[in-house]
Design a protein around this ligand. Structure first.
Ligand code: FPP
Length: 240
C-alpha cells in the first residue's frame, strides 16, 4: 500500500539556472520559484502531506550579489501580501524558521503577522526556512539551553530546535541536480530519505512530487535496525 510521507522537506535549487538559460535575470527564476512553491503546497495538501518545509533563503545567501538579495527580500514581501490570504483560506499554517536578526523591521513584522493570521489552521503546516542554516539552529538551541542552565541532551536540544513544533522530515527532496544538504536541517534529517531530482525548481510539478513519493515508498526505513527485525515487527503486528 502506498504511504504518503507525513513531513516533506525541500531544497528548492535551480532557480538561477532556469533564468540564466532563458537570458533572464536570476530574480526572474526566483519569481517562477514562488509559483512552483504554490503548486507544491497545493499538491502536498491534496495528497495528505501534513508538513512541508522549504529552504527559501540560507544564512549563506547574504553573500550573493546585492541585487539578488534585495530581489529575494522584495519577493518575500510580495509573496506575503499576495499569498498569505489564499494560504489562510486553504487551511495552511505558516511558520517562518530562521534568524530574524538581519531582516528589516518591515519583513520581520510581515512574517509575524502571517504566522498569527494562520496559527489556527490545521490542514498543512508550511515551514518556510528564511535566513536559516542547520548549524545556526543547533548553535542557537545549545546557547538558549546553556543560558537557562539546562543540560544539553538529545531530548533538550530537540525541543529547543527551530522545528520543535513538527516531527522530523520523512523525505528530503533536492532539485537542481546537486547531491548535498547545504546546511539544511542538519539535526532533523538524521533519518530522512533523500531524493535528488535533476529538474530545476521552477519545473518541479505534481508528476515530480509523485515520483519522489513513489521512490520513498520503495525505500526500507530501518532507523538503525536490521531488515529481519523490521520483518519480525511486521509479522508480530499481523498476529496481534
Ligand atoms: C536556489 O536556487 C533557490 C534560492 C536560493 C531561493 C529559493 C526561493 C524560492 C523558491 C522562492 C520562494 C521564496 C520566497 C521569498 C518565499 P539558486 O538560485 O541557487 O539556483 P542555481 O543553483 O541555479 O543558481
Amino acid at each position: 500500500m502506498s504511504q504518503v510521507p507525513h513531513h516533506i522537506a525541500i531544497v528548492m535549487d535551480g532557480n538561477g539556472r532556469w533564468a540564466t538559460r532563458r537570458y533572464l535575470p536570476r530574480v526572474a527564476g526566483h519569481k517562477q520559484g514562488v509559483d512552483a512553491l504554490n503548486r507544491c503546497v497545493r499538491a502536498c495538501a491534496a495528497r495528505g502531506v501534513a508538513v512541508l518545509t522549504v529552504f527559501a533563503f540560507s544564512s549563506e545567501n547574504w553573500n550573493r550579489p546585492v541585487e539578488e538579495v534585495s530581489g529575494l527580500m522584495e519577493l518575500l514581501a510580495m509573496a506575503l501580501s499576495r499569498e498569505v490570504p489564499k494560504l489562510k483560506a486553504e487551511g495552511v499554517q505558516l511558520h517562518f524558521v530562521g534568524e530574524r536578526a538581519g531582516l528589516s523591521d518591515k519583513v520581520s513584522a510581515g512574517l509575524a503577522q502571517a504566522e498569527a493570521a494562520t496559527k489556527h489552521n490545521t490542514r498543512l503546516v508550511l515551514n518556510v526556512c528564511f535566513n536559516y542554516g542547520g548549524r545556526w539552529d543547533i548553535a542557537q538551541a545549545a546557547a538558549r539551553l546553556a543560558a537557562q542552565g539546562q543540560p544539553l541532551t538529545e531530548a533538550s536540544l530537540d525541543s529547543a530546535m527551530a522545528l520543535a513544533h513538527v516531527p522530523d522530515p520523512d523525505l528530503l527532496i533536492r532539485t537542481g541536480g546537486e547531491q548535498r544538504i547545504s546546511n539544511f536541517l542538519l539535526w532533523q534529517a538524521a533519518y530522512s530519505e533523500l531524493y535528488f531530482s535533476d529538474s530545476l525548481w521552477p519545473e518541479f510539478d505534481e508528476a515530480e512530487l509523485d515520483a519522489a513519493i513513489a521512490a520513498f515508498n520503495r525505500r526500507e526505513r530501518r532507523f538503525g535496525k536490521t531488515s529481519a527485525q523490521l520483518a519480525g515487527v511486521a509479522n508480530a503486528q499481523k498476529v496481534a
